[in-house]
Design a protein around this ligand. Structure first.
Ligand code: ADP
Ligand code: MG
Length: 252
Protein backbone atom coordinates (compact mmCIF):
# COMPACT_ATOMS: atom_id res chain seq x y z
CA UNK A 1 0.00 0.00 0.00
CA UNK A 2 1.32 3.47 -0.80
CA UNK A 3 0.96 6.27 1.71
CA UNK A 4 0.54 5.41 5.36
CA UNK A 5 2.83 2.96 7.07
CA UNK A 6 0.54 0.33 8.56
CA UNK A 7 1.54 -1.25 11.89
CA UNK A 8 -0.41 -4.07 13.52
CA UNK A 9 -0.05 -4.70 17.26
CA UNK A 10 -0.41 -8.41 17.82
CA UNK A 11 -0.01 -11.12 20.43
CA UNK A 12 -2.73 -13.71 20.85
CA UNK A 13 -2.26 -13.49 24.61
CA UNK A 14 -4.65 -11.08 26.30
CA UNK A 15 -3.54 -8.38 28.73
CA UNK A 16 -0.05 -7.84 27.33
CA UNK A 17 -0.63 -4.12 26.50
CA UNK A 18 -1.59 -4.37 22.82
CA UNK A 19 -4.31 -1.75 23.16
CA UNK A 20 -2.25 0.47 25.45
CA UNK A 21 0.67 0.32 23.04
CA UNK A 22 -1.48 0.97 19.96
CA UNK A 23 -2.96 4.14 21.44
CA UNK A 24 0.14 5.52 23.14
CA UNK A 25 2.54 4.90 20.28
CA UNK A 26 -0.05 6.51 17.98
CA UNK A 27 -0.20 9.50 20.36
CA UNK A 28 3.60 9.72 20.33
CA UNK A 29 3.64 9.71 16.50
CA UNK A 30 0.99 12.46 16.54
CA UNK A 31 3.11 14.51 18.95
CA UNK A 32 5.90 14.37 16.36
CA UNK A 33 3.52 15.91 13.83
CA UNK A 34 2.45 12.75 12.03
CA UNK A 35 -1.11 12.11 10.88
CA UNK A 36 -2.29 8.98 12.66
CA UNK A 37 -5.28 6.67 12.53
CA UNK A 38 -5.96 3.90 15.04
CA UNK A 39 -8.12 0.98 13.93
CA UNK A 40 -9.92 -1.03 16.61
CA UNK A 41 -10.16 -4.65 15.44
CA UNK A 42 -11.08 -6.05 18.86
CA UNK A 43 -14.79 -6.74 19.57
CA UNK A 44 -14.09 -5.74 23.18
CA UNK A 45 -13.67 -2.17 21.91
CA UNK A 46 -11.06 -1.28 24.51
CA UNK A 47 -9.22 1.09 22.19
CA UNK A 48 -12.51 2.80 21.30
CA UNK A 49 -13.33 3.11 25.02
CA UNK A 50 -9.87 4.41 25.85
CA UNK A 51 -10.66 7.47 23.70
CA UNK A 52 -13.81 8.11 25.72
CA UNK A 53 -16.32 6.52 23.35
CA UNK A 54 -18.97 4.11 24.65
CA UNK A 55 -19.11 1.25 22.10
CA UNK A 56 -22.73 0.57 23.04
CA UNK A 57 -23.79 3.93 21.63
CA UNK A 58 -22.30 3.24 18.19
CA UNK A 59 -24.66 2.65 15.31
CA UNK A 60 -21.93 1.58 12.92
CA UNK A 61 -18.46 0.24 13.42
CA UNK A 62 -15.67 -1.85 11.91
CA UNK A 63 -18.23 -4.64 11.56
CA UNK A 64 -20.00 -2.70 8.80
CA UNK A 65 -16.68 -1.88 7.14
CA UNK A 66 -15.49 -5.50 7.11
CA UNK A 67 -18.80 -7.23 6.40
CA UNK A 68 -20.76 -4.69 4.34
CA UNK A 69 -17.89 -2.74 2.72
CA UNK A 70 -18.99 0.53 4.35
CA UNK A 71 -16.30 3.18 3.64
CA UNK A 72 -14.09 3.34 6.73
CA UNK A 73 -14.23 7.17 6.80
CA UNK A 74 -17.84 6.85 7.91
CA UNK A 75 -16.90 5.17 11.18
CA UNK A 76 -13.79 7.20 12.05
CA UNK A 77 -14.27 9.27 15.21
CA UNK A 78 -12.05 12.31 15.58
CA UNK A 79 -10.82 12.20 19.17
CA UNK A 80 -7.39 12.95 20.59
CA UNK A 81 -6.41 10.46 17.86
CA UNK A 82 -8.61 9.44 14.93
CA UNK A 83 -10.15 6.04 15.71
CA UNK A 84 -11.97 3.61 13.44
CA UNK A 85 -14.29 2.31 16.13
CA UNK A 86 -15.34 -1.17 17.22
CA UNK A 87 -18.13 -2.60 19.32
CA UNK A 88 -19.22 -6.04 20.43
CA UNK A 89 -20.95 -6.75 17.10
CA UNK A 90 -17.47 -7.22 15.65
CA UNK A 91 -17.49 -10.58 17.43
CA UNK A 92 -19.89 -11.77 14.73
CA UNK A 93 -17.71 -10.49 11.89
CA UNK A 94 -15.51 -13.58 11.64
CA UNK A 95 -18.49 -15.78 10.86
CA UNK A 96 -20.20 -13.16 8.67
CA UNK A 97 -16.97 -12.70 6.68
CA UNK A 98 -16.25 -16.40 6.33
CA UNK A 99 -18.44 -16.64 3.22
CA UNK A 100 -16.88 -13.56 1.59
CA UNK A 101 -14.45 -13.91 -1.27
CA UNK A 102 -11.25 -12.17 -0.24
CA UNK A 103 -12.23 -12.35 3.42
CA UNK A 104 -8.62 -12.05 4.59
CA UNK A 105 -8.17 -8.81 2.65
CA UNK A 106 -11.26 -6.88 3.78
CA UNK A 107 -9.32 -4.54 6.06
CA UNK A 108 -6.51 -4.04 3.56
CA UNK A 109 -9.11 -3.07 0.97
CA UNK A 110 -10.90 -0.75 3.38
CA UNK A 111 -7.67 1.12 4.20
CA UNK A 112 -6.58 1.73 0.60
CA UNK A 113 -8.79 4.77 -0.07
CA UNK A 114 -7.54 6.56 3.07
CA UNK A 115 -3.87 5.54 2.96
CA UNK A 116 -2.87 8.95 1.59
CA UNK A 117 -4.62 10.78 4.43
CA UNK A 118 -2.38 9.36 7.16
CA UNK A 119 1.30 8.80 7.85
CA UNK A 120 0.67 5.92 10.26
CA UNK A 121 -2.23 3.52 10.65
CA UNK A 122 -2.04 1.59 13.94
CA UNK A 123 -4.20 -1.53 14.16
CA UNK A 124 -5.17 -3.01 17.52
CA UNK A 125 -6.01 -6.73 17.39
CA UNK A 126 -8.01 -9.13 19.57
CA UNK A 127 -6.35 -11.83 21.71
CA UNK A 128 -6.58 -14.56 19.09
CA UNK A 129 -5.08 -15.50 15.74
CA UNK A 130 -8.50 -15.67 14.04
CA UNK A 131 -9.78 -13.90 10.94
CA UNK A 132 -9.78 -10.42 12.50
CA UNK A 133 -6.10 -10.70 13.37
CA UNK A 134 -5.37 -12.28 9.97
CA UNK A 135 -7.01 -9.23 8.37
CA UNK A 136 -4.78 -6.93 10.45
CA UNK A 137 -1.61 -8.86 9.54
CA UNK A 138 -2.61 -8.89 5.87
CA UNK A 139 -3.11 -5.12 5.86
CA UNK A 140 0.10 -4.42 7.79
CA UNK A 141 3.58 -3.47 6.64
CA UNK A 142 5.00 -4.26 10.07
CA UNK A 143 4.00 -5.93 13.32
CA UNK A 144 4.86 -4.83 16.83
CA UNK A 145 4.55 -7.56 19.45
CA UNK A 146 4.03 -6.38 23.03
CA UNK A 147 5.17 -8.98 25.54
CA UNK A 148 4.31 -8.82 29.19
CA UNK A 149 7.48 -9.51 31.08
CA UNK A 150 5.80 -11.23 33.99
CA UNK A 151 4.39 -14.27 32.32
CA UNK A 152 6.74 -14.78 29.45
CA UNK A 153 5.46 -17.24 26.92
CA UNK A 154 7.88 -18.14 24.15
CA UNK A 155 5.48 -20.72 22.85
CA UNK A 156 2.91 -18.04 22.17
CA UNK A 157 5.45 -16.06 20.18
CA UNK A 158 6.34 -19.13 18.10
CA UNK A 159 2.66 -19.53 17.24
CA UNK A 160 2.44 -15.90 16.18
CA UNK A 161 5.54 -16.34 14.02
CA UNK A 162 3.99 -19.41 12.36
CA UNK A 163 0.86 -17.43 11.55
CA UNK A 164 3.01 -14.62 10.14
CA UNK A 165 4.90 -17.11 7.97
CA UNK A 166 1.59 -18.35 6.55
CA UNK A 167 0.43 -14.79 5.91
CA UNK A 168 3.70 -14.07 4.10
CA UNK A 169 3.35 -17.17 1.97
CA UNK A 170 -0.28 -16.64 1.01
CA UNK A 171 -1.39 -13.06 1.51
CA UNK A 172 1.20 -10.41 2.28
CA UNK A 173 4.79 -11.35 1.28
CA UNK A 174 6.52 -8.37 2.90
CA UNK A 175 4.97 -8.30 6.39
CA UNK A 176 7.41 -8.82 9.23
CA UNK A 177 7.96 -8.19 12.91
CA UNK A 178 9.27 -4.67 13.44
CA UNK A 179 10.05 -5.36 17.06
CA UNK A 180 9.20 -7.04 20.33
CA UNK A 181 8.24 -4.63 23.09
CA UNK A 182 8.74 -5.59 26.73
CA UNK A 183 5.75 -4.20 28.65
CA UNK A 184 4.68 -4.01 32.30
CA UNK A 185 8.30 -4.30 33.30
CA UNK A 186 8.75 -4.32 37.05
CA UNK A 187 12.39 -3.29 37.34
CA UNK A 188 12.53 -4.29 41.00
CA UNK A 189 12.12 -7.96 40.24
CA UNK A 190 14.77 -10.35 39.04
CA UNK A 191 12.08 -12.14 37.10
CA UNK A 192 11.53 -9.18 34.76
CA UNK A 193 15.28 -8.91 34.09
CA UNK A 194 15.45 -12.62 33.32
CA UNK A 195 12.43 -12.39 31.05
CA UNK A 196 14.04 -9.60 29.02
CA UNK A 197 17.30 -11.57 28.82
CA UNK A 198 15.44 -14.57 27.43
CA UNK A 199 13.70 -12.34 24.90
CA UNK A 200 17.04 -10.88 23.80
CA UNK A 201 18.61 -14.34 23.51
CA UNK A 202 15.79 -15.41 21.23
CA UNK A 203 15.11 -12.27 19.24
CA UNK A 204 18.38 -10.30 19.43
CA UNK A 205 18.13 -6.74 18.21
CA UNK A 206 14.49 -7.21 17.31
CA UNK A 207 13.74 -6.49 20.96
CA UNK A 208 13.16 -2.74 21.20
CA UNK A 209 15.46 -0.70 23.42
CA UNK A 210 12.36 0.95 24.87
CA UNK A 211 11.02 -0.68 28.05
CA UNK A 212 7.49 0.05 29.24
CA UNK A 213 7.49 -0.02 33.02
CA UNK A 214 4.62 -1.06 35.18
CA UNK A 215 2.65 1.93 36.44
CA UNK A 216 -0.93 2.68 37.39
CA UNK A 217 -0.92 5.65 34.95
CA UNK A 218 -1.76 3.22 32.15
CA UNK A 219 -4.94 2.17 33.93
CA UNK A 220 -5.87 5.75 34.88
CA UNK A 221 -5.52 7.44 31.48
CA UNK A 222 -8.16 5.41 29.56
CA UNK A 223 -10.75 6.14 32.25
CA UNK A 224 -10.32 9.82 31.35
CA UNK A 225 -10.48 8.97 27.64
CA UNK A 226 -6.86 9.96 27.10
CA UNK A 227 -3.50 8.56 26.11
CA UNK A 228 -0.85 8.72 28.85
CA UNK A 229 0.90 11.36 26.76
CA UNK A 230 -2.07 13.66 27.26
CA UNK A 231 -2.99 12.49 30.77
CA UNK A 232 0.47 12.77 32.27
CA UNK A 233 2.64 14.48 29.63
CA UNK A 234 5.72 14.83 31.82
CA UNK A 235 5.63 11.34 33.32
CA UNK A 236 7.92 8.40 32.71
CA UNK A 237 5.10 6.37 31.13
CA UNK A 238 4.61 8.98 28.39
CA UNK A 239 8.38 9.21 27.85
CA UNK A 240 8.70 5.47 27.37
CA UNK A 241 6.30 5.58 24.43
CA UNK A 242 8.04 8.68 23.02
CA UNK A 243 11.26 6.69 23.10
CA UNK A 244 9.55 3.80 21.29
CA UNK A 245 8.26 6.24 18.64
CA UNK A 246 11.79 7.52 18.06
CA UNK A 247 13.05 3.96 17.59
CA UNK A 248 10.28 3.16 15.12
CA UNK A 249 10.76 6.42 13.22
CA UNK A 250 14.52 5.90 12.96
CA UNK A 251 13.86 2.40 11.62
CA UNK A 252 12.60 3.99 8.40
P1 ADP B 1 -4.28 -6.12 25.72
O1 ADP B 1 -4.84 -5.15 24.71
O2 ADP B 1 -3.08 -6.85 25.22
O3 ADP B 1 -5.32 -7.07 26.22
P2 ADP B 1 -4.20 -3.82 27.48
O4 ADP B 1 -3.46 -2.76 26.74
O5 ADP B 1 -5.68 -3.70 27.51
O6 ADP B 1 -3.77 -5.26 26.97
O7 ADP B 1 -3.62 -3.86 28.95
C1 ADP B 1 -4.17 -4.75 29.92
C2 ADP B 1 -4.32 -4.00 31.25
O8 ADP B 1 -3.05 -3.66 31.75
C3 ADP B 1 -5.09 -2.71 31.12
O9 ADP B 1 -5.87 -2.54 32.27
C4 ADP B 1 -4.01 -1.64 31.06
O10 ADP B 1 -4.45 -0.41 31.55
C5 ADP B 1 -2.92 -2.25 31.91
N1 ADP B 1 -1.57 -1.86 31.48
C6 ADP B 1 -1.09 -1.75 30.22
N2 ADP B 1 0.20 -1.40 30.22
C7 ADP B 1 0.57 -1.30 31.52
C8 ADP B 1 1.79 -0.95 32.20
N3 ADP B 1 2.90 -0.66 31.55
N4 ADP B 1 1.77 -0.93 33.56
C9 ADP B 1 0.66 -1.24 34.23
N5 ADP B 1 -0.50 -1.55 33.68
C10 ADP B 1 -0.57 -1.58 32.33
MG1 MG C 1 -6.71 -5.08 23.83
Amino acid sequence: MTGAKVIAFANQKGGVAKTTTTLNLAAAFAEEGHRVLCVDMDPQGNLTMSQGIDPETLERSMFDVLVHDLPIVEIIEHCEIDVAVASIDLAGAEIAMSVKIGRERSLDKALRPIAELYDFICIDTPPSLGLLTVNALTAADKVIVPVQCEYLSMRGLAQLQNTLAMIRENLNPEVDILGILPTMVDTRTLHAKEAIEILEENFGDRVFGARIKKTVRFAEAPVKGMSVLKYDPNGQAADSYRRLAKEVLSNG
